[in-house]
Write a protein that binds this ligand. Structure first.
Ligand SMILES: Cc1ncc(COP(=O)(O)O)c(C=O)c1O
Length: 323
């Protein structure tokens, strides 16, 4: 069994509480897990992953971290701060709006302001590239790694969104955290999903239980399910368990709207509803779309029982503007 070590970064456990007004409006029993309040570098789900990723980087005596992401990446913001705290240089390749293939290219991403402005504060060495595919973006990160290595750095490379077995482990632990906070089981957990480790970690934590974990995709590509299966497999290989099957990975592409990085009108409406009912903000790219899914699926009786909305944060992107 792998021995996971971690660098403490987050304020844990994050609160969990019932959404009384939302529950009343929907005629449901709806709760929220406040990973928007992880506290590290403005909060969000990525802090949990970074606790384990930074410990791995330190164990390898890394002097620099290299990663990549879209220009509004919440991961990059938090990664920059974590690297600074661990005394490492953090260099990332970014694009305004990466896409899967040219026929799926979309325009209108909110690429200015928000996280992009905070990256400098968090010590990120951003290298901006013209829009291309996600594969192009990863290739730029690889070149960046070679550049740093030529300059004598020992580089620890982190995949998009931090999604690796350690990041999955972070969310297996997060799932266990709620088992200590409440003495009942949820029927459903709804979370935003993109690079996948939040969703897959929670799905591993609750497999073989009454709780079903539903990932609401922020990306339009159906092929992403294959990446989720691969991620589950790589985690399972590390811990000596079996991976999640395609049927065990519950995933919806129905709430993406126009595309990755573009706010949806249902998400914007959901943001107003949650803010006015409970005083809780959502981000336009991930959590707003996931909460719009919750509202839609509960009101059409597709989600029943006790429901937990896993708030993944991302609030700085609320202040992003069209590019
Ligand atoms: C605010 C927010 N929510 C959800 C996600 C999705 O998490 P994951 O990449 O683990 O699927 C991300 C990251 O991309 C995010 O920044």
């Amino acid at each position: 069994m792998k021995n996971w070590s971690k660098v403490p970064l987050c304020v844990l456990p994050t609160p969990i509480h019932r959404l009384d007004r939302i529950s009343e409006q929907l005629g449901s029993d709806t709760w929220i897990k406040r990973d928007d309040l992880t506290g590290f570098a403005l909060g969000g789900n990525k802090g949990r992953k970074l606790e384990y990723l930074m410990a791995e980087a330190m164990a390898q005596n890394a002097t620099a971290i290299v990663s990549c992401g879209a220009s509004q990446s919440n991961f990059i913001r938090q990664l920059g701060a974590a690297a600074q705290m661990c005394g490492m240089h953090c260099a990332v390749a970014t694009m305004e709006s990466p896409y899967e293939s040219l026929d799926r290219k979309v325009s209108g991403a909110f690429s200015r302001g928000g996280n992009r402005d905070l990256d400098e504060l968090c010590g990120v060495d951003r290298r901006e590239f013209a829009d291309g595919t996600w594969a192009d973006l990863k290739a730029h990160a690889e070149q960046l790694q070679f550049e740093l290595e030529r300059n004598g750095e020992k580089v620890f490379r982190i995949p998009l969104g931090g999604s690796s077995p350690s990041a999955v482990h972070a969310f297996v632990e997060a799932g266990r955290e709620i088992q200590k906070q409440v003495d009942f089981a949820f029927d459903w957990i709804i979370t935003a999903s993109s690079s996948g480790s939040t969703h897959i970690g929670l799905a591993h934590a609750f497999r073989d239980s009454q709780t079903q974990v539903l990932g609401i995709s922020a990306d339009p590509e159906p092929e992403i399910v294959d990446d989720l299966i691969d991620l589950s497999q790589s985690y399972a290989d590390e811990v000596g368990t079996h991976s999640l099957s395609r049927e065990e990975i519950k995933f919806s592409l129905d709430f993406v709207g126009a595309g990755y990085g573009i706010p949806s009108s249902a998400g914007q409406a959901a943001t107003r509803i949650l803010m006015k009912s409970e005083g809780i903000a959502l981000d336009p790219i991930y959590s707003a779309k996931a909460f719009s899914a919750l509202l839609s699926l509960v009101s059409t009786n597709q989600l029943e029982g006790r429901i937990l909305f896993w708030h993944t944060g991302g609030i700085p992107a609320l202040f992003a503007k069209p590019g």
